[in-house]
Design a protein around this ligand. Structure first.
Ligand SMILES: O=P(O)(O)OC[C@H]1O[C@](O)(COP(=O)(O)O)[C@@H](O)[C@@H]1O
Ligand SMILES: [Mn+2]
Length: 640
């Protein structure tokens, strides 16, 4: 008897137990495929993300409309949807509105009854045991009684009404309503995919991480911004400087100090001593006008310069340490022609503007001053020992990966580096070379290794994570070089250009997407490639290559909304197929719910006439079929 068979027999010790399990699994295979929800490039925009999760990208409202249209007015449908998204707020609002006790009681009775009806609809896709797990432990018994009872029968109706009345009379209805609303939110989406870039630019990536940690089912594909944070905690000073620079640039240093508890005082004092105001380094402010001339802005501008210069010095050191990274295209401090402060790029001379080079020794431009070195070391130490940050990144590394194949689709953040003709580019490392799927597997292994071996000494492993941030063959970056230096100090546009990998042109072609799906062992007839990373501009299309490629970076990031013109794309994949959902930019809860300024449009991607998919058509279905086969074999042995 094999080890697995022994375990199965232990779990199902009798013939009857096996038969019950077979029946149960067969039934599950016939349930409709559960809904997957895809989001991407959240960039710290917690409020917008939270709203998307609460409304299931419009799925909650769609279910209400399908079920209650004709019975509830559009306004009542909207109020009901609002209750499910934000039950605490809507309850408080209704209690204030309905001052007459009788009206309020009637509202409670109607609401609970409608909620149970909606819960029934959302629960039909799941087994009873899965629904039970989604219920609040305090109300499992009552909810099941209400859920699985037929109200039409006279005696049962009395019983049902009595439970409802009791909830109201015993003052349990608020708790019950809140719990049921969250259960409905939980059931409308079975699994969430986050296609990278949770961190940077926006104010609250930490809250996104907390939400994901507590979410019932999620996977993450790392984005280039996420790996910066992983790199910093793994001991890469260069990753840390990059993320500090971005935090200063977007006026987000509070996330470092107030949220993750990393003290920036030493850095700030050093910056104040060495830098003044500088136009090129003022933080991007999106709204707060008072901020424009404040001391705080000067302070951030100083920090921004200090960390940028340290970053540029460390890049020079890295180039020497890591020749295999081929950093020749990168503008480095040793190219500056002193004392004129000019730089020659591809034979053309550019004068440097907004310079802040006082800590740079022209003879040894990559050398940190003693104080810079102290600042770096103490910051790195703090990053590596910040408990909350470690908790968030443990989750990010644990649940994350470079790519995912899921129910026939291929998910990754950036690209698979290719030549102009579509052949996979080779990355050479230690006498081996990697391309296509093998390249992504290689990077995943390296990242996990570097994170595990985190140390703040000479950290060669962590350099690898930095490469994922901006290396020319990084699948997460996908551009020939990052032109950060030029973007601060050169006014001409030419040196600021970042050329995209041929992947981004080729992904519009169906044959190319088929090649990608085949490379990852998927069926090119039914699979899709799903990407984030490159904001889909106003004039561009998110659905490409005869619907094989879907790019869902639609601009959760406020800074990118002017170019995308919307507030983000999400995808829903239910038993009827894939739908692309376009969101309005999120301004406030109130605006989103009271004026329905959330979902702009929903577009079907896959032909509606296709047969409805069941669990049998999914990856989990495949697993179940394997288990069924094994159980049947064991059962046969009982017979013989
Ligand atoms: O928008 P900013 O802050 O100027 O940053 C631009 C930089 O961000 C990058 O686009 C990388 O970030 P994304 O992954 O969000 O695209 C770089 O290629 C570029 O140099
Ligand atoms: Mn990205």
């Amino acid at each position: 008897m094999s080890y697995v068979e022994k375990l199965v027999r232990e779990k199902f010790p009798t013939e009857q137990a096996i038969i019950t399990e077979i029946t149960n699994l067969e039934a599950i295979l016939n349930l409709p495929k559960a809904t997957e929800h895809y989001v991407s490039d959240l960039h710290g925009e917690f409020n917008a993300f939270d709203h998307t999760l609460r409304n299931g990208s419009g799925n909650v409202k769609q279910k209400i409309t399908e079920n209650f249209a004709g019975r509830l007015t559009p306004k009542n449908i909207q109020d009901f949807a609002t209750l499910i998204y934000y039950p605490e707020d809507e309850l408080a609002f209704q209690k204030k509105e309905l001052t007459d006790q009788e009206f309020l009681e009637q509202w409670y009775l109607n609401t609970i009854s409608n909620l149970i009806e909606l819960l029934k609809v959302t629960a039909t896709k799941y087994t009873r045991s899965k629904v039970r797990k989604a219920l609040s432990p305090n109300f499992v018994y009552i909810t099941e009684e209400l859920l699985y009872n037929d109200q039409q029968e006279h005696d049962k109706r009395n019983y049902y009404n009595k439970i409802l009345r009791n909830l109201v009379e015993l003052k349990q209805s608020d708790y019950f309503i809140i719990a049921t609303c969250y259960t409905i939110q939980r059931l409308v989406v079975d699994h969430l995919h986050v296609i990278g870039d949770i961190y940077d630019r926006g104010p609250a990536p930490d809250k996104i991480m907390e939400k994901l940690i507590n979410y019932h089912s999620v996977d993450i594909q790392w984005g280039n911004h996420d790996v910066l944070w992983i790199g910093a905690v793994a001991g890469s000073a260069l990753c840390m400087m990059n993320l500090l620079r971005i935090c200063a640039r977007y006026n987000n240093l509070a996330i470092i100090e107030d949220v993750y508890g990393i003290n920036l005082r030493h850095l700030s004092m050093f910056a104040e001593k060495n830098y003044g105001d500088n136009e090129a380094f003022r933080p991007k402010t999106l709204e707060n006008e008072d901020f424009v001339m404040s001391d705080e802005r000067i302070q951030i501008t100083q920090i921004h310069q200090a960390v940028s210069i340290i970053q540029f010095k460390l890049e020079g050191q890295l180039k020497k340490r890591r020749p295999e990274f081929k950093l020749d295209d990168m503008i480095l401090l040793d190219q500056i022609q002193w004392p004129k402060k000019e730089i020659v790029i591809e034979g053309k001379t550019y004068s440097l503007e907004n310079t802040c080079f006082r800590t740079i020794n022209p003879d040894k431009p990559f050398e940190l001053t003693k104080e810079e070195d102290e600042v770096v070391q103490s910051l790195l130490n703090s990053f590596m020992n910040a408990t909350k940050l470690r908790k968030h990144l443990d989750f990010l590394v644990g649940k994350g990966s470079m790519y995912k194949t899921y129910n026939g689709n291929l998910l990754f953040h950036g690209c698979i580096p290719v030549e102009e003709d579509g052949t996979f580019q080779q990355f050479n490392y230690e006498n081996d070379s990697f391309s296509g799927k093998k390249l992504l597997d290689f990077w995943e292994l390296r990242l996990r290794k570097a994170y595990k071996k985190a140390n703040n000494g000479e950290n060669i492993e962590a350099d690898m994570i930095w490469y994922l941030w901006q290396g020319a063959l990084s699948p997460l970056f996908g551009k020939h070089s990052m032109t950060t230096f030029a973007r601060y100090f050169i006014s001409e546009d030419e040196p600021k250009k970042e050329c995209k990998n041929a992947y981004f042109k080729l992904r519009k072609e169906e044959w190319f997407c088929n090649q990608l799906l085949i490379e990852f062992g998927l069926d090119e007839k039914s699979g899709h490639v799903i990407n984030g990373h490159t904001p889909v501009k106003k004039e561009q299309e998110p659905i490409l290559a005869n619907k094989k490629m879907i790019v869902i970076d639609g601009g959760y990031s406020k800074a990118y909304q002017p170019i995308t013109g919307i507030g983000g794309y999400t995808l829903l994949y239910n038993s009827y197929g894939l739908q692309l959902v376009t969101h309005y930019p999120f301004t406030s809860k109130k605006d989103a719910v009271k004026h329905s300024r959330d979902i702009k449009s929903t577009r079907k991607i896959v032909n509606q006439e296709l047969e409805r998919q069941t669990v049998a058509d999914t990856d989990i279905g495949e697993e179940i079929k394997k288990s069924l086969q094994m159980l049947r074999e064991i059962l046969n042995k009982y017979d013989s």
